[in-house]
Design a protein around this ligand. Structure first.
Ligand SMILES: Cc1ncc(C[n+]2csc(CCO)c2C)c(N)n1
Length: 224
């Protein structure tokens, strides 16, 4: 059976590729991504993850069952784990402290993306919110899978740590769980009339994921 995620991804069309096959990913795969671009990405991503943690908390608030609260709680814990990695990387790589990260202005594209996700969840139900968060959670697993051979070919790959994290089994499992969570929620509340609205939420979030990579290049260029 086709999953709702597959239908949403198909509806996003080219936008999904613009995100998962962005120049940022191509350069990361080749190991040629400029370190300053990666640094700007990590700083903005920390700021992003703060809002994304709030979105998982909102998932808990929008839940009606303990099973859904458990899923939200695990998502929240995964985000905290990810921010800790970012802070360590920024500290060891560039001597950037958590305080410096937190006082760096949020890029407006980052504001747009995260507040869009939070609004989709505030104004909608749990399915709307999980769909708004899906490009993020599932896209990174697809990217990790794609980059894995580059890491296996070169254990000294400059982005070994990042690729290792998203290609790891635990993260591939997050993808499987998110897809089945969407289907479980859909079984309760999805009607065909909702599809176009859900597809718009999903495609918009996907477009903003692609823009997130672009913002890292723009910030690095502005600092150069
Ligand atoms: C812009 C942006 N999009 C997606 C992710 C990936 N991500 C966000 S939360 C999470 C953990 C649980 O889903 C993961 C892997 C990111 N870091 N930054």
């Amino acid at each position: 059976m086709t999953t709702l995620f597959e239908r949403l991804k198909e509806a996003a069309g080219q936008e999904w590729l613009n995100y998962t096959d962005h120049v940022f990913i191509q350069q990361m795969e080749a190991g040629t991504l400029p370190p300053e671009v990666f640094k700007e990405y990590l700083i903005q991503d920390y700021r992003f993850l703060v809002q994304f943690a709030r979105a998982y908390a909102l998932q808990a608030y929008k839940s009606r069952t303990m099973a859904d609260i458990q899923i939200a709680s695990k998502g929240l814990a995964d985000v905290i784990h990810e921010t800790d990695l970012h802070v360590k990387r920024l500290e060891t790589g560039w001597g950037v402290s958590r305080q410096q990260i937190e006082s760096t202005p949020e890029a407006w594209t980052n504001v747009a993306y995260t507040r869009f996700v939070l609004d989709a969840g505030s104004s909608g139900d749990l399915l709307d919110l999980v769909v708004a968060q899906a490009p993020c959670a599932i896209g990174y697993a697809e990217i990790g899978e794609r980059l894995k051979p580059a890491l296996e070919a070169n254990p000294e790959h400059p982005y070994a740590e990042w690729i290792g994290e998203y290609s790891a089994d635990w993260y591939q499992q997050v993808k499987v769980e998110t897809i089945s969570h969407i289907d479980a929620l859909a079984a309760r509340t999805f009607t065909e009339e909702r599809f176009s609205e859900l597809a718009e939420i999903f495609t918009t979030a996907t477009r903003m994921e692609a823009q997130f990579w672009q913002t890292a290049f723009d910030l690095a260029a502005a600092n150069a």
